[in-house]
Design a binder for this molecule. Sequence first.
Ligand code: IPE
Ligand code: MG
Length: 228
Amino acid sequence: MDGNGRWAAARGLPRVEGHRRGVEALRRTVRAATDLGISFLTIFSFSSENWSRPPSEIGDLMSLRRRFIRKDLAELHKSNVRVRVIGEREGLDRDICLLLQEAEDLTRANDGLTLVVAFNYGARQEIALAAQRLAADVAEGRLSVVEVTPDRLGSYLHAPDIPDPDVIIRTSGEQRMSNFLLWQAAYSELVFLPINWPDFDRAALEGAIGEYRRRERRFGGLAATGAT
Ligand code: IPE
Ligand code: MG
């Protein structure tokens, strides 16, 4: 979800207005994903690196996220959405932690769209934490060194039961991963859209899925036609 600030700047508005409109885009996207029968939608809500922004902007982003959960949780629950949160809880304000926990607890039994919220998330941090926990298991004899395989390391990540993303969409024209799901994205199709996040809507989502469908996924193998 990139480009909120640029969306606002282009209109002579304060950045926070872009973030507000970004929340509306998120609402539209969750609804569209549900309608389209998508099983998993992961949103990059706040990155480990976003703490480097000015305190006032961090304050705005946090308030908007608090308000989103308070206002939208009941609706999400009614729509059978299951909320999962990935990222570091340590260092977050207690009230935010409680809200994230409440969202997960309330929607635990829902079996519609799983909305994965990456909050205070960084992929390298996630992988390093997985390595720490794995190393502890090796050090304490619960695991042997030769058992350290990609699947095993993957099982120590924040949400190992959630499948790797088929497609990753980034708005605003930037073409980089910015520490998002680096492990899980090994074979994801990447779609970069020139529009800013507040302009993202159902048509944009459908367009990105259309682009994804035109790609040929080979996972390192050969094309179905036998071409190399
Ligand atoms: C995305 O928009 C907001 C977050 C998810 C933190 P930005 O705030 O990054 O907007 P630009 O990149 O400055 O336009
Ligand atoms: Mg940005």
